[in-house]
Design a protein around this ligand. Structure first.
Ligand SMILES: [Mg+2]
Ligand SMILES: [Zn+2]
Length: 177
């Protein structure tokens, strides 16, 4: 199968240092929904692995997070696509869970769900933690310059990281446009 894994905030929707706490703050980046729909229509399975410690911090609750993801699925469906598995880490940094990026637990959950090996699968993110998680499990680290991407780029990237302007450019590359 053709599997692509995405971070959420800063890749699919605008990010904020104050967290994305409700549906009003969850705003897709230009071209991102269409990119997911185009990939889906071309036979790609698009999954999401997202750190959401705002739940542990009490900024929003799990039903609100699920409402954001229902909205995301709905928007992709409106464009004629389908979004795959969404995995979130709702733990705080001090909880020591296996899922919070830079740990690769969510990538492993997605691989187990689909019964595929992670080696070489593209993981697209905007933060160092995304790139580290990808590298740890032999995924292809991919940075987009949206969200925190420019900041991450300025800090230096793991060897072999691919860099694109945004998710639409990643889709163009994968679809050979
Ligand atoms: Mg992000
Ligand atoms: Zn976690």
């Amino acid at each position: 199968m053709k599997l692509l894994i995405l971070d959420r905030d800063g890749v699919i929707n605008y990010d904020s240092d104050a967290y994305i706490k409700n549906l009003d703050e969850w705003i897709p980046l230009p071209g991102a929904i269409e990119a997911i729909a185009r990939l889906s229509q071309a036979g790609w399975t698009v999954a999401v692995a997202t750190n959401q410690s705002g739940v542990a911090r009490g900024y929003y609750d799990l039903p609100m997070l699920e409402a954001m993801h229902a909205r995301l699925r709905e928007l992709v469906a409106e464009q004629g696509g389908e979004l795959g598995l969404i995995v979130n880490c709702i733990h705080g940094p001090a909880e020591g869970c296996d899922c919070r990026k830079p740990k690769p637990g969510m990538l492993e959950q997605i691989a187990a769900h689909y019964g595929v090996a992670l080696k070489g699968i593209w993981f697209v993110g905007d933060s160092s933690g995304d790139l580290t998680a990808a590298q740890t499990v032999d995924c292809q680290p991919v940075l987009v310059k949206t969200g925190k991407g420019e900041r991450t780029l300025a800090k230096g990237l793991p060897a072999g990281t691919l860099v694109f302007d945004n998710l639409a450019a990643v889709a163009d590359q994968l679809l050979h446009l």
